[in-house]
Design a protein. Structure first.
Length: 176
């Protein structure tokens, strides 16, 4: 059965970047397809695909197969967590005050929003490929509930390290 009502975020008239973050299994394909759909509305000329262990490259191949020009795509290939997605996407030259649209799934939406806000972004909209489907008790939703406390602890570690000016390369691995 359905456990929540979801109202999809309105796609803005413009954005500085469309960011798609990888997921597990078929999630990455669905997220990429939704990100490309939003990108094709031409609200932005930047499509950033974020995911380590080969995910970003696979996302790029799918985006090109969906008729996105390779010159419109930027890759972030090192992230292995949502917190790292947020930090490493910033490294692609995005300032905190830019408007970004992030593609992920509904079950992952709250943690994605919190992670990108933690990463310094002030204007984050989330689009989901599963907006019209009922949100059900399933494995992804249950795992997401377990990941929240870990995400909070990792963000606290990162925030503490930043507060003490510890070089990022010494602690960023704790975020995955």
């Amino acid at each position: 059965g359905s456990i929540a009502i979801h109202t999809p975020a309105a796609i803005p008239e413009s954005a500085d970047a469309i960011v798609v973050i990888s997921g597990s299994g078929p999630d990455t394909k669905a997220r990429t397809t939704k990100g490309v759909e939003v990108f094709k509305t031409r609200i932005s000329d930047r499509l950033l695909l974020s995911g380590g262990t080969g995910a970003a490259e696979s996302m790029r191949a799918l985006a090109i197969a969906l008729d996105v020009s390779p010159t419109d795509i930027q890759l972030e290939t090192a992230s292995r967590s949502t917190l790292q997605n947020a930090l490493f996407v910033r490294d692609l030259g995005l300032e905190p005050e830019v408007d970004i649209v992030v593609g992920t799934h509904r079950f992952h939406r709250p943690r994605t929003y919190a992670s990108f806000r933690w990463g310094g972004f002030t204007s984050v909209r989330i689009v989901t490929p599963d907006a019209g489907e009922p949100l059900t008790w399933d494995e992804d939703l249950l795992k997401e509930g377990l990941k929240w406390p870990v995400n909070i602890a990792r963000a606290a570690i990162g925030s503490t390290m930043m507060a003490f000016d510890v070089p990022r390369d010494r602690w960023v691995r704790w975020l995955n």
